[in-house]
Design a protein around this ligand. Structure first.
Ligand SMILES: [Zn+2]
Length: 218
């Protein structure tokens, strides 16, 4: 059970690693984001220029009146109490930390402006953590890679010791497929040179057999 859970976690990480590599390549083509928002808060995963950023933004209201004023401008046909998700392409205003090191950075901003302009007593705060895609790729790919390497080593060792590669059952040079798990035993490497029968070349006379095959006709 534990082994299955670990394998599932490893598979999920491997999938994330593949997603990181694809996201990494896409980040140089277009700035994109996945957005999840509800009421006054919004989460973003932003991909841009080789980096990925996690952003959290929320509105702060000084007084209930300022909140009321802000809510007055919301489209009332949409249900703000429900989570809404969106994929955004071609972003042109991408928040980026002022100070960065190798693509790593973090920052917090406070804006008096909202998308509808300035509303008295309303502030938008945004926190952002940024890291490079190569870091995310290593982070997600290290464990699956180590797992694969270990698995291949175990299978190779079992095969060398005459055990089933899959479950370790002792085949004792008797079975062609494992009686416990059904895994077939790989055929031994086929030695082409050793297996070629002696060439029945016609006898060409003493000393000229090799020469006749390679020398051009004059
Ligand atoms: Zn087996």
């Amino acid at each position: 059970m534990k082994r299955r859970l670990l394998a599932t976690a490893c598979l999920i990480l491997a999938g994330l690693c593949v997603a990181c590599v694809i996201g990494w390549a896409r980040s140089y083509v277009s700035a994109e984001a996945i957005s999840a928002s509800r009421r006054i808060q919004r989460y973003l995963i932003i991909s841009n220029d080789g980096c990925v950023a996690l952003s959290y933004g929320r509105f702060e209201f000084e007084t209930p009146d300022s909140e009321q004023l802000w809510r007055g401008g919301i489209d009332h046909s949409s249900n703000v109490d429900r989570w809404s998700f969106a994929i955004l392409h071609e972003l042109n205003q991408i928040p980026s930390p002022d100070k960065q090191f190798l693509g790593f950075g973090a920052q917090r901003w406070e804006y008096a402006m909202t998308r509808r302009g300035t509303i008295s007593g309303v502030t938008l705060t945004r926190s952002l953590v940024q890291f490079p895609f190569w870091f995310a790729t290593i982070l997600t790919g290290a464990w699956p890679a180590a797992w694969l390497w270990k698995l291949s080593r175990v299978r190779r060792t079992r095969a060398q010791r005459g055990l089933c590669r899959k479950c370790g059952f002792d085949l004792a040079d008797v079975y062609y497929s494992c009686p416990r798990c059904g895994q077939r035993i790989p055929l031994p490497a086929f030695d082409l040179v050793a297996a070629t029968p002696a060439s029945p070349l016609p006898h060409r006379g003493k000393g000229d057999a090799g020469v006749a095959a390679t020398a051009p006709h004059s």
